[in-house]
Design a protein around this ligand. Structure first.
Ligand code: HEM
Length: 442
């Protein structure tokens, strides 16, 4: 057995901290190309094994998943996510997944389509021809309103509060800060007091939404919150009040930022690729004309779907996934010790020339069926894979297709000249300076 995979030269004290570098994506991409399918580095006290081949990703996420639980970043994020679906493990996770899955069944998703389109219409009615907007900000607000309404059935007056709290938390979750052990979060570090206050505000707001919902429970709604409150396991047990709150927090956080990012990057990419943009406009005009799309159109808007898929290939909102090994195990002749971090990156694999021809070219047509049948499983995994695959994937795809079609029917967006578009890999892949675009009525 070989000792360790190759990897970059470490600093004697801190090892390597790619996320703290000026251009983390360029650094890890260079290492992947230089050191191959698996490389090693030490980030402070953490041993990181970075894997860069689809079958190895499949091994970690699917075949050997029982030995690999969520990594430290996710474990540490419990202090603001709570113990919901994203952060729980083992039997507890299984139970939660069983109880929440029905809210994401296809028939249920169909009933969310109207809300998604109506809220998009409302957003668009505020757009004036020639105005400059930050699409990232606009879409974050829209996606948050949609998730609050579809999943929790209340038009929360408190959406703005939620948005402010989430922004504070997300701003401080970039880089190495989340790797800090619990005691360090109590130190007077810059920004930490703001984050603690934001977490408290968010919890209070969510508890208020739950109370409103409980008070209206006789109305028999079918949103996620009602399902969570009413859900019973085989033994008749229900989710506790705290469990419901943590689940709500999880869906709020996981359910809006990612979708908003997918659409923001899509609008940016379309502005840089007028040919693809024209094809999208043609599809939308042919299928919909001036009528609003509905859930039955989602499966027919095929090119629109390709555009979103291609955008998530180049700019995956979840740009990497990580696991921590419970027991040591072997990969490619290397022994990976218990406690080590195993990292896989959508950003790297989905731009790998071994699997994608002209990997950095935005080409939605590469998703026609015959072409993607040749793709190895896990060369493309924007929603993760294995048992912990995103529960909201269907929701997110439907939302993205409906929102994009509705926007494309009415507007064409152009990047403001010289505006820098810089992806920053934090908890998600965010545009550092937003995406400022000029709105043109079609
Ligand atoms: C484009 C949008 C989205 C992307 C790219 C995305 C990506 C992901 C990824 C990669 C994971 C797996 C994490 C891991 O294995 O460590 C995940 C899990 C999860 N996502 Fe999403 N997501 C999106 C939208 C949503 C939406 C709309 C919701 C809810 C409404 C949601 C809720 C969740 C939850 C609860 C989990 C944890 C599932 C579990 O562990 O059982 N996501 N997501």
């Amino acid at each position: 057995m070989q000792q360790r995979p190759p990897g970059p030269k470490p600093h004697f004290l801190i090892g390597n901290m790619p996320l703290a570098s000026r251009d983390p994506l360029a650094v890890i991409t260079r290492w992947a190309r230089e050191y191959g399918d698996i490389f090693y580095y030490r980030a402070g006290w953490i041993h990181v094994y970075f894997i860069n081949r689809p079958d190895l990703v499949e091994f970690v996420l699917l075949r050997n998943h029982a030995n690999l639980f969520k990594d430290r970043v996710i474990q540490n994020s419990r202090w603001f996510f709570g113990d919901g679906l994203l952060t729980s493990e083992g039997e507890e996770w299984k139970r939660q997944r069983r109880l929440t899955q029905p809210a994401f069944h296809r028939e249920r998703l169909g009933s969310y389509a109207g809300i998604m389109v109506d809220y998009t219409d409302e957003m668009l009615s505020g757009w004036r021809d020639g105005a400059i907007i930050d699409v990232h900000q606009e879409l974050m607000n829209l996606a948050l309103r949609i998730v609050v309404r579809t999943l929790f059935g209340v038009e929360a007056e408190e959406t703005n509060k939620i948005s402010r709290a989430l922004n504070t938390m997300m701003r401080h979750s970039a880089g190495v800060r989340l790797l800090l052990p619990a005691f360090a979060r109590r130190l007077p570090l810059p920004g930490m007091a703001d984050v603690r206050r934001a977490v408290k505000d968010l919890r209070d707001t969510v508890s208020r939404i739950i109370n409103v919902r409980r008070a209206r429970s006789e109305q028999d709604s079918e949103d996620l919150l009602s399902l969570l409150v009413a859900a019973r396991d085989e033994d008749g047990s229900a989710l506790s009040v705290t469990e419901v709150r943590d689940q709500v927090l999880t869906f709020l956080l996981a359910g809006h930022e990612t979708t908003a990012l997918a659409l923001s990057w899509t609008l940016y990419l379309l502005s840089q690729n007028p040919e693809a943009e024209n094809k999208l406009h043609q599809e939308v005009a042919t299928l919909l004309g001036h009528r609003a799309p509905n859930s039955a159109d989602v499966g027919l808007l095929i090119y629109t779907d390709f555009v979103i898929k291609e955008s998530m290939r180049l700019y995956p909102p979840a740009w990497s996934l990580a696991r921590q090994a419970a027991k040591s195990f072997e990969v490619e002749g290397y022994s990976i010790p218990a406690d080590a971090n195993v990292v896989m990156s959508q950003w790297i694999l989905q731009r790998d020339p071994r699997f994608f021809r002209d990997p950095v070219t935005f080409n939605p047509d590469r998703w026609v069926e015959e072409a993607c049948q040749k793709l190895p499983r896990f060369a493309y995994f924007p929603f993760g894979g294995g048992p912990r695959q995103c529960i909201g994937a269907g929701f997110a795809m439907m939302e993205s297709v409906l929102l994009l079609a509705t926007i494309a029917q009415r507007f064409k967006l152009r990047l403001v000249e010289h505006h820098p578009v810089v992806p920053v890999p934090g908890f998600t892949l965010r545009p550092k300076y937003g995406i400022r675009m000029t709105v043109n009525q079609r």
